[in-house]
Design a protein around this ligand. Structure first.
Ligand SMILES: [Zn+2]
Length: 380
């Protein structure tokens, strides 16, 4: 497959007009200028690395907690329309019974991804190891202190497919962090009122990922700094940002960008099953929620509960706010998280011999086409 007459966003520069040749799953060649080779004329549209989302719970009516392989496959197909080529499927706090059902189906799904669709890299386990004080929409009775025994059980149930774990670092002594690292799982501090010192201990152990910065943690207090201060202050610390303009106010999105720069941010949605669906009433676990536009809130209190925005929406919001170059934007949507997940050698930037995980966008960053490992998974 040849894509030609395109603007191409490489990791360190852009090609104003060029072409990409794809063979099987990989990028075989990248050229500047016109080509006489037969191919798809993109009419000046832009090719970026496919978006990699490490934190999403569902969408298009599919709730990951429902635990069906068909549901997971449907999501993988439909999320490609957001430009997403790879993602981690988020799980929320569940009963043991539900976890057995959920992770059983998940394990089966992980072993059977074949169609042209976005590819699930594994699970982002968000709960039960979080703090009751910052539990968000998670169920209080089901929370647990971070512990190796329960964690090992979940690893086994998932078929060793857990990639990221959000945990309250202040509820353990560092041993849980070491356990995750030993199992090649990314420890992500979040859903915690942790003190700065407690967070620093785990950071020094190697916890260098932060779950949805500013959400479900203390803010930046000048006398009682916590996780947010540490996350903003240290350069080798990747922060997830829900840039829908709802979960983090726009001036704070600007603040995060200025403090961290484009190499230490990864855009996420944290979206739930109502994403991509019409406005109306939905369920988040056992809770009744209402979706209106990109906002999802508890029916009872109006409190935010999960998110309803698509990945491309969040990309457009952050870009319109900062106006960073598309090279820098692509670090925030693909390259940074590819490094973090340990898949940078294969994907996360446009380079010869890497997987052809690509998204084609128009001048307003609307998605025109998504290519996953050389196959068209979405075309407008
Ligand atoms: Zn989440």
């Amino acid at each position: 497959m040849i894509l030609k007459n395109a603007r191409i966003i490489l990791e360190d520069k852009e090609i104003k007009n060029g072409w990409i040749e794809i063979e099987d799953k990989k990028i075989k060649n990248i050229g500047e200028g016109a080509t006489t080779l037969d191919g798809t004329d993109l009419n000046g549209k832009t090719i970026m690395p496919g978006f990699i989302e490490c934190h999403v719970h569902g969408g298009y009516g599919v709730d990951f907690e429902t635990g069906t392989v068909e549901g997971y496959k449907k999501f993988a197909k439909l999320v490609a329309q957001e430009g997403v080529t790879k993602y981690c499927q988020g799980s929320v706090t569940n009963s043991r019974e539900n976890n057995i059902k959920y992770f059983g189906a998940f394990k089966e799904f992980m072993a059977s991804q074949t169609e042209p669709a976005a590819i699930c890299l594994g699970c982002h386990l968000e709960g039960p190891f979080i703090s009751p004080e910052k539990k968000g929409a998670h169920e209080l009775e089901l929370l647990a202190k971070p512990n190796e025994k329960d964690m090992q059980e979940l690893i086994d149930l998932s078929g060793n497919n857990i990639r990221v774990v959000t945990y309250a670092n202040d509820l353990q002594d560092g041993s849980f962090t070491k356990f995750l690292l030993k199992n090649r799982i990314i420890p992500s501090m979040g859903h915690t009122p942790t003190s700065y010192d407690d967070a620093m201990r785990d950071y020094k152990l190697g916890a260098k990922h932060c779950t949805h910065l500013f959400n479900a943690m203390s803010g930046v207090d000048h006398r009682e700094p916590g996780l947010a201060t540490l996350a903003l202050d240290y350069d080798d610390f990747l922060v997830e940002v829900i840039s829908d303009g709802i979960h983090v106010a726009q001036p704070v999105l600007e603040l995060i960008y200025r403090a961290k720069g484009p190499k230490q941010i990864c855009i996420i949605t944290d979206a739930m099953n109502a994403k991509g669906m019409p406005d109306g009433e939905y369920k988040l676990g056992n809770l009744d929620v209402v979706k209106k536009g990109m906002r999802v809130a508890l029916k009872s209190s109006g409190m935010l509960a999960g998110a309803g925005a698509t990945y491309d929406h969040n990309v457009r919001i952050y870009h319109s706010l900062i106006g960073m170059s598309l090279v820098e934007l692509s670090w925030m949507t693909a390259t940074n998280i590819a490094h973090q997940l340990g898949i940078y050698e294969e994907t996360g930037s446009i380079e010869v011999n890497k997987l052809a995980d690509l998204v084609v966008v128009d001048d307003d960053l609307n998605i025109a086409m998504t290519i996953v490992e050389g196959q068209v998974a979405f075309q407008k």
